[in-house]
Design a protein. Structure first.
Length: 367
């Protein structure tokens, strides 16, 4: 069987590590087929050599090795005991998540045995760089996670007796924001405080350390959810451990009377919590306002365009989000952005409400 024939097998048709279609590289050490991006992580002494499927010569021994291994067998061996809380990245995820997933599997071989996971810890302490109030300023802060206390806290080095911030595991979320922060290892951590969402931004120069923190928090969240919802299947809990914003970006919005001047705001759409949050600046610690998005059955509707006679400020591609309380009017920079926002919002209104949804309504700010 040739390399090309091996690629036609269903289990080899996608990258062994991120799932991208039509892999173009092969690992001569592990025996898997991977995409261009993942091949760069494989290409190191601790994992092994890779060859281009289309450009490199592969002798009979290499082809036989690939045939006797392949993506399915590699998953059975190197992913045999992946904890349910561990985040398995896809081709859409940032580089650091994919890199550490590959290193965890093949270099550190974390998932080959059923030994207790390094991420299920009762206590973790370390130094992370946290974004300060000044633009571009990141300061060292001591972060402490306590499983028994159900908290992530952080401190300045000279005030370990008084935390600067507390993030209860109950409402904590974490997501990588490398592009927004312009940092390869940038992580956003949020929690709900007094009905508002607080955000902090942190990073560590070590990719392994920042991803370790991320999965420690996911392990704690998973434990909390299992205890809070004992009758809910694991498969339904996993998406609620942590989640990314479905869509982010700038739109302009007017106020509740629809006579206010349109103002440019940064929006984060949290589909899991059914909330559209908006900010003056993308990195603000708190949202300026939030809209709870229910289902069509509850009177929530998303339509294209602006109300009759209304004009936007600089942008004209309008969206009307109707709720039982009021209509929210937005404009997008162009028609492509408008289509993306319409689809993302309609996906939420088309989804029936759940018990979890009804408890997560956000206070609606009129600003």
């Amino acid at each position: 069987m040739s390399v090309q024939e091996l690629l036609l097998l269903p289990e080899n048709s996608r990258c062994a590590d991120c799932g991208q279609a039509e892999p173009v590289w092969a690992s001569c050490a592990v025996g898997v087929f991977v995409c261009l991006e993942c091949s760069g992580v494989h290409r190191n002494p601790k994992i092994g050599k890779v060859k281009s499927i289309h450009l490199d010569y592969m002798d009979h021994d290499i082809v036989q090795f690939l045939q006797s291994h392949g993506n399915r067998r590699a998953r059975e061996e190197y992913e045999a005991f992946v904890p349910p809380f561990y985040y398995k990245p896809t081709e859409k995820d940032c580089k650091v998540l994919r890199e550490q997933w590959i290193r965890a599997k093949y270099e550190r071989q974390e998932f080959r045995s059923g030994a207790e996971s390094r991420y299920t810890v009762d206590f973790k302490e370390g130094v992370l760089l946290k974004k300060g109030k000044k633009k571009g300023q990141f300061l060292e802060r001591i972060f402490i996670f306590s499983e028994s206390g159900g908290l992530l806290t952080y401190y300045t080095k000279d005030r370990l007796d008084r935390p600067k911030g507390k993030f209860p595991i109950e409402t904590l979320n974490a997501m990588f924001q490398c592009e927004k922060l312009e940092l390869e290892h940038g992580l956003e951590i949020t929690c709900v405080q007094g009905g508002r969402t607080r955000s902090i931004y942190v990073y560590h120069k070590s990719g392994e350390e920042i991803v370790t923190w991320y999965n420690v928090l996911r392990a704690a969240r998973f434990s909390y959810l299992k205890n809070a919802f004992p009758d809910t299947p694991e498969a339904e809990l996993i998406p609620k451990i942590t989640h990314n914003y479905t869509k982010s970006g700038y739109m302009e919005k007017t106020g509740p009377t629809q006579k206010e001047r349109f103002k440019k705001r940064w929006f984060n759409l949290d589909s899991e919590e059914r909330k559209l949050l908006y900010y003056k600046d993308p990195l603000d610690p708190y949202e300026q306002g939030a809209v709870f998005i229910g289902s069509e059955e509850e009177g929530h509707q998303v339509t294209e365009g602006l109300p009759s006679g209304m004009k936007g400020n600089k942008w004209t591609a309008g969206i009307t989000l109707r709720t039982p309380q009021r209509d929210f009017i937005f404009t997008c920079q162009n028609s492509a952005e408008q289509r993306d926002w319409l689809q993302a919002l309609r996906d939420i209104t088309a989804r029936p409400m759940s018990t979890h949804d009804t408890g997560g309504r956000a206070p609606e700010n009129n600003s």
